[in-house]
Design a protein around this ligand. Structure first.
Ligand SMILES: NC(=O)N[C@H]1NC(=O)NC1=O
Ligand SMILES: [Zn+2]
Ligand SMILES: [Zn+2]
Length: 513
């Protein structure tokens, strides 16, 4: 009898080891094209099927806006048809008809601080990607700071990847960090790039984070020579702290609650000084130059005067250079920022209305390449709301969930079109970050899709479902916006619908090969 009971044991052990192996592979998400889904299918999506059609009268494709349907199977777009559902009986097919709602490529936000591990109470993978999904953002690229430790080596990237497990509602790529230490030790930088960061980010002024020191133009040149081999971009916070005595005097004399004190303490000349140094180096990125293959991307441009002229000039002579601006520089102007309202503090600062007009102009004319949020949240207490001290409060605006309605609402005045939105928020950031199968509703691409109603307005009041970790720090709270996101699909999974997320977080990490 005893013998009979023990006989199946080897078989059971074999089955158990298979199950363990399956589980280990399953929970490892560090691959752009995972062989297996990280969770059982029915939890990843609010839809019970994998093969379906989305139909709408307004589908934004690279060939224009069409009325028709997009066929999706196993996470990919497999056909796009104008008119009705093809091949007869649509009753037997799973068709989601969105009527007049806009079906657009999911947004790609290439500048987001998710701060995990280390400062998850500021923002984390779970809250940040939930907010992204709720806003029609299907991919974010995470910055190498304000997490702790910062992402400046293969080992620290591994900590990041570990921290993402089962927390991603959308797909997430990573920028590494260029700091003096790895700029002067190319094997660390090589390790970081080989481990899959999409490029590296650097600061030309103090970053506000101790373990992310600033670099000089010499470090940047060193970094670019390594990046050239990988053909991945250098992403630069372009401000150089000039005239620090004046800065200190302002700190001592000016009213710290007044926005103008902060604005004066960080003038356009800081951006101009950094960009002047950068365009001197980008000359070498031209065809046949010593840095051919390297690319410099300037993040969060605020100064639309001389800084922009320098970038335009560099572009016209063939340098490999690009530039983004952020939602808040297009939405707000310094005149409207109230004393003590540190939600609007960011660097470079939000400048006056005339500057904002010129940013819009540059965007519409194609001199600014694309848009990002620079979503950089913190804890309410670090925004110092009680003191309202602009000089000491954390600098960073929180907006990830509102990328789409903000661009639409504030862009209306300038006649922004749906096609422009998808160029600035999907196509161009996809190309920039090297996300080949993303950024457009096109056959073969990932089914990353945002469905939204441009005409529907809403108020960001306390009842509105906001998923960022600390909604009170967001400069958009209290604003009325138009453009309501109905549904978000990430690689075919319906991850957000009518205010609710899918049961499981099945986004994947994106690593460059
Ligand atoms: N450390 C950090 O996130 N800084 C960001 N915040 C901001 O307003 N500008 C930045 O570069
Ligand atoms: Zn920055
Ligand atoms: Zn940033």
């Amino acid at each position: 009898m005893d013998n009979l009971l023990w006989r199946p044991l080897p078989l059971l052990a074999l089955i158990a080891s298979f199950l363990i192996l399956f589980y280990v592979q399953d929970s490892h998400t560090a691959s752009f094209f995972p062989l297996k889904k990280p969770h059982v299918d029915d939890e990843c999506s609010l839809l019970p099927y994998q093969h379906y059609w989305i139909s709408s009268k307004r589908i934004v494709t690279p060939d224009g806006i069409i009325s028709g349907s997009v066929e999706i199977n196993q996470g990919k777009i497999i056909s796009i048809v104008k008119g009705g559902i093809p091949h007869g009986n649509s009753k037997q097919k799973h068709v989601i008809d969105y009527g007049e709602a806009v079906v657009m490529p999911g947004l790609i936000d290439a500048h987001v601080h998710l701060n995990e591990p280390g400062r998850t109470e500021w923002e984390g993978f779970l809250s940040g990607t939930k907010a992204a999904a709720a806003g029609g953002v299907t991919t974010v690229v995470d910055m190498p700071l304000n997490n702790h430790p910062t992402t400046v080596s293969k080992e620290t990237l591994e900590l990041k990847l570990e921290a993402t497990k089962k927390k991603l509602y959308v797909d997430v790529g990573f920028w590494g960090g260029l700091i003096p230490e790895n700029a002067l030790n190319s094997s660390i930088l090589d390790g970081l790039l080989s481990a899959g960061v999409l490029g590296v980010k650097t600061f030309m002024c103090p970053s506000g984070i101790d373990d992310f020191p600033m670099t000089t133009i010499d470090h940047i040149r060193e970094g670019l020579s390594v990046l050239a081999k990988y053909k991945r971009p250098l992403v630069v916070h372009a401000e150089i702290q000039l005239d620090s005595e004046n800065h200190l005097k302002l700190k001592a004399d000016g009213d710290p609650r007044s926005y103008s004190t902060y604005l004066k303490s960080r003038p356009p000349s800081w951006e101009q000084a950094a960009i002047r140094e950068l365009v001197h180096v980008t000359k070498d990125t031209r065809k046949g130059g010593p840095l051919e293959g390297a690319h410099v991307h300037i993040v969060h441009l605020s100064d639309s005067s001389y800084s922009l002229d320098l970038i335009k000039e560099a572009k016209s002579r063939g340098d490999s250079i690009s530039v983004e601006t952020c939602s808040h520089y297009l939405a707000f102007s310094s005149e409207e920022i109230k004393d003590g309202d540190t939600r609007f503090k960011c660097s470079p600062p939000i400048r006056d209305a005339a500057n904002k007009e010129k940013l819009w102009e540059a965007l519409l004319e194609g001199h600014i390449d694309f848009l990002t949020s620079d979503h950089s949240p913190t804890l309410p207490k670090l925004k110092l709301f009680d003191e309202g001290d602009f000089l000491r409060a954390w600098g960073g605006v929180s907006s990830l969930q509102f990328d789409l309605p903000v661009a639409w609402t504030y862009g209306k005045k300038y006649g922004v079109t749906l096609e422009q939105l998808s160029l600035w928020w999907s196509k161009r950031p996809a190309v920039f970050a090297g996300l080949e199968s993303k950024g457009a509703i096109a056959v073969g691409n990932h089914a990353d899709i945002a469905v939204w109603q441009p005409e529907v307005e809403f108020e960001l009041n306390d009842d509105y479902p906001v998923f960022i970790r600390n909604p009170s720090v967001s400069a958009y709270m209290g604003k009325r916006l138009s453009g309501k996101v109905l549904a978000t699909f990430v690689r075919g999974n319906l991850v957000f619908k009518d205010g609710k997320h899918a049961p499981a977080a099945c986004g994947v990490t994106i690593l460059a090969k």
